[in-house]
Ligand binder design. Structure first.
Ligand code: ARG
Length: 460
């Protein structure tokens, strides 16, 4: 059995089961690049403040860059008995450069080290995810722009409500994703603080320069309290909450794509490369990708709950519980990354069936509200108009016709205020173009919204 880095005070080695149970190198190896960056910044500060000498620093720099290459080329041997990414790298450094390697951990603990690594990792992940959201937003804009005049039924309770244009419906998702970007950017501010210097929990007796390390690593500042710096993972939780909302938005869109693609709707068709067939029913083309997005939302939501639960009963400061933050975090980043990448591509491959959308909007009396508004504008109180139109809808339903298919005398049974200017109002286009204010579905407004969205995208 090899001696552990920390086992000086121990009388017996840990069992293989305990070793496997407590080790994290199987997943935290992914932090290696960040660990090395953190160590380099720490070592440079140690040298600048006279805690180690220049020769030690040179050796550490050479050793760490060799280790980085070994890891990238796949030659690095990760050893479970060395527990985690930090001790694996440190041990290798000592093998390579001797005593200088043993000095690297001066004025540092794995507690502030791992918190630093996680923050560096998450900062990169957030930047990457924001770029991927932007790409998906661009795909939404392109699809919306092509569908400024594509009429579809807008729904409430999944019942036909009022006509909207498809571009307007798509732009609703643009808005959701815009807020998602804002949430990630805001979370990033709190991620981007340096824990190093907190050491195990109380700070360090060495004359460290935390600001210099923060600057070198691109942090906006240092964590102000050493106990807090090593123990809280609220920034990971916040990230996972933002991620859960992003997945929730994508899950709603997925649900709609699935519905719209079902033959009963027939509004859209997804490109074949996002679907699979059935092993028994030859006619099937199943929307597997959106279904999986909907399904994976469950696991991302689960990670959020896992992390909240992980944190809730931990006394200050660091506890090994926190080692469990990494797998949910990595899986959240991985799932979200793949989902966003696939979505941007999937949106460009959507074929829209304008006729089916229009036909659906023609059923369900989507312009009934317009008729009520028409009567109200002619002086009838709205509640009375609501009642008159309800009667008209009953009549039309009994006769199996749309409101716009009723004759003028038929319509006039329900109010003498109705004149032949009503037919323009009852058309789908009349309804849509009348909602002509910021946020409304009139094509001119949707076009303006797309313009503002493009400006926001290019300035962010
Ligand atoms: N692998 C550990 C983690 O992920 C590193 C910190 C270990 N610190 C300690 N005192 N055991 O949290």
């Amino acid at each position: 059995k090899s001696k552990n880095t920390w086992s000086g005070r121990f009388n017996e080695p840990v069992s293989e089961l305990v070793q496997r149970y407590t080790a994290s190198v199987g997943f935290d190896w992914r932090l290696a690049d960040y660990d090395i960056r953190g160590s380099l910044a720490h070592a440079r500060m140690l040298e600048a403040t006279g805690i180690i000498d220049a020769d030690d620093l040179t050796a550490i720099e050479l050793g760490l860059s060799q280790i980085r290459e070994e890891i990238h080329s796949g030659d690095f041997v990760w050893r479970l008995e060395l527990e985690d990414v930090h001790l694996n790298i440190e041990r290798r450094l000592t093998v390579l450069i001797g005593d200088a390697g043993k000095r690297l951990h001066t004025a540092r603990s794995r507690n502030d080290q791992v918190a630093t690594d996680v923050r560096l990792y998450l900062r990169d992940a957030i930047d990457n995810l924001i770029n991927l959201i932007h790409a998906m937003q661009l795909a939404l804009l392109d699809l919306a722009e092509k569908n400024l005049d594509t009429v579809m039924p807008g729904f409430t309770h999944l019942q036909v409500a009022q006509p909207v244009v498809f571009g307007h419906h798509l732009m609703a998702y643009f808005e959701m994703l815009k807020r998602d970007v804002e949430r990630l950017s805001d979370c990033r501010k709190r991620v981007n603080k340096l824990p190093l210097g907190a050491a195990a929990l109380a700070g360090t007796s060495y004359p460290v320069n935390r600001e210099a390390v923060a600057r070198e690593l691109g942090f906006d500042g240092v964590c102000e309290n050493s106990l807090d710096a090593v123990s809280d993972r609220d920034f990971v939780i916040e990230f996972c909450a933002a991620a859960a909302l992003i997945m929730t938005h994508l899950s709603r869109l997925s649900e709609e794509l699935i519905l719209w693609m079902s033959p009963s709707f027939g509004f859209i068709d997804l490109a074949d490369r996002f679907c699979t067939g059935s092993s028994i029913m030859p006619q099937k083309k199943n929307p597997d990708v959106p279904e999986l997005v909907r399904g994976k939302t469950g696991r991302v939501n689960g990670h959020l709950v896992a992390l909240l639960t992980l944190m809730k009963a931990q006394p200050l400061a660091y506890n090994k519980d926190n080692q469990e933050d990494k797998e949910p975090m990595f899986d959240t980043v991985d799932t979200l990354t793949d989902t966003l990448r696939i979505y941007a591509d999937m949106l460009t491959g959507i074929r829209v069936n304008q006729d089916a959308m229009r036909a659906a909007a023609m059923h369900g009396y989507a312009t009934a509200t317009d008729l009520a508004d028409y009567l109200t504008k002619k002086g009838m109180p709205f509640r009375e108009a609501h009642e008159a139109v309800a009667q008209a809808v009953r009549f039309a339903e009994k006769n199996n016709r749309d409101l716009s298919a009723l004759s003028l005398p038929e319509l006039q049974q329900f109010s003498s205020l109705i004149a032949d200017d009503i037919f323009a109002v009852l058309t789908l286009e009349g309804s849509i173009s009348s909602r002509n204010h910021i946020g409304g579905t009139a094509p001119a407004q949707v076009n303006a919204a797309i313009g503002r969205a493009r400006e926001w995208l290019s300035s962010s």
